[in-house]
Design a protein around this ligand. Structure first.
Ligand code: 3PG
Ligand code: MG
Length: 398
């Protein structure tokens, strides 16, 4: 972490710390249904409070577009934070202005407060200097612990870093270290699993990964477009016909760069897209006109596992099949199990992240048996694309 300012470089005692966290968690009827993001950041919150800092939590929630939307209030989330950190967390009904200023002025070292949703003000997403200034008034330092929001150049994720002394929080630090180990300075061979429905949303990601990994394993409906490019029948499967040429180009590029592209060697097909629809595993040439490819087959699972067995690092984004419907989660579950086992034996460093991936790996029961599972969605994808993340860049030591 030589190039980042971290909490090792500051004494927080008595300081007002604007701690940017990502409290954008799933909420149903006022109840947080998945507290993973809160659990991740909890030790960082208590560390700062224990060191005598005045901890002021800043976060967005939902997409209220610059207006006060009661359904996007952080109030119930702040209550969940209190439950997870096992300390009082006072919720403050605003994130700037008199109400917020008074609340901060009343804080004692070790206190934790949570300010209202920063996106209730248009200045947040616009990264408006006037709004940044109002936020900055509340703190002595800014600590960014929200990797999952670091792809946004907003006032609380980026702007504050230009006007206050800025540091990477512990959660951010752990994330950057884990991600660095996976793609920036990994042990080779490196394999990547890229799944999901569409190539069109992952073109930049595939291009960047092809330069960095030794084996690119393609799963999900995305693989169907590659199979079609190889002249294989795909029946009624989800496929992007207009991207067949692109898929061909990606395969040619991989060949000249001497990278291996791993595609399914057999598939599981069904006539209907529904849970427990009658299904069968078939060879690539046996997919019929009425068939839909919904998962990889057993020989593919074996093949993918053999690639993992000869790799030292794995980056995983996206499931193999229609993992949300049994039995089409099989491919994902079996590969996940193998990855977890290799990780447990210290034979493989596994880093996973991005939207569906976390849900799929948790459903496979391996979420806590991999080296690192990022809770980031869009930020993880942009990182895989090789893009600079504004909320990370602003933390680099100049
Ligand atoms: C997320 O949930 O991916 C982050 O909190 C970013 O949210 P956003 O996509 O609304 O900016
Ligand atoms: Mg998002």
């Amino acid at each position: 972490m030589a190039n980042f300012r971290t909490l090792d470089h500051v004494d927080v005692k008595g300081k007002r710390i604007l701690l940017r966290v990502d409290l954008n968690v799933p909420l149903e009827n006022g109840v947080v249904t998945d507290a993973t993001r809160i659990e991740r950041v909890a030790p960082a919150i208590t560390e700062l409070a224990d060191a005598g800092g005045k901890v002021i939590l800043l976060s967005h929630f939902g997409r209220p577009k610059g207006k006060r939307e009661p359904k996007d209030s952080l109030k119930p989330v702040a209550a969940e934070v209190a439950r997870v950190v096992k300390r009082p967390v006072k919720f403050i009904d605003d994130c700037i202005g008199e109400v917020a200023e008074k609340a901060v002025a009343a804080m004692k070292p070790g206190d934790i407060i949570c300010l209202e949703n920063t996106r209730f003000y248009p200045g947040e997403e616009k990264n408006d200097p006037a709004f940044v200034k109002q936020l900055a008034k509340l703190g002595d330092i800014w600590v960014n612990d929200a990797f999952s929001a670091a792809h946004r150049a907003h006032a609380s994720t980026e702007g504050l870093g230009h006007v206050l002394p800025a540091y990477a929080g512990r959660t951010m630090q752990a994330e950057l270290e884990a991600l660095g180990k996976a793609l920036e300075h990994p042990s080779h061979p490196v394999a990547a699993i890229v799944g999901g429905a569409k190539i069109s949303t992952k073109l930049d990601l595939l291009a960047n990964l092809l330069q960095k990994v030794d084996a690119l394993i393609i799963g999900g409906a995305m693989a169907n477009t590659f199979l079609l490019a190889q002249g294989k029948p795909v029946g009624k499967s989800l496929v992007e016909k207009d991207l067949v040429d692109t898929a061909r180009k990606i395969m040619d590029e991989a060949k000249s760069a001497k990278r291996e592209i791993v595609l399914p060697v057999d598939v599981v097909v069904a006539k209907e897209f529904k849970a427990n629809a009658p299904s069968r595993a078939v060879g690539l040439d046996e997919v019929g006109d009425g068939d839909m490819i919904l998962d990889i087959g057993p020989r593919s699972v074996e093949f993918v596992c053999s690639v993992l067995a000869r790799s030292k690092t794995l980056v995983w984004n996206g499931p193999f099949g229609a993992f949300e419907m049994e039995p089409f989660d099989n491919g994902t579950v079996e590969v996940a199990e193998a990855a977890a086992e290799l990780t447990g034996n210290r034979e493989l460093v596994t880093v996973a992240g991005g939207g569906d991936t976390v849900a799929a790996l948790n459903a496979a029961g391996v979420g806590d048996r991999l080296t690192y599972v990022s809770t980031a969605g869009g930020a993880f994808l942009e990182w895989l694309e090789g893009k600079a993340l504004p909320g990370v860049e602003v933390l680099r030591a100049k």
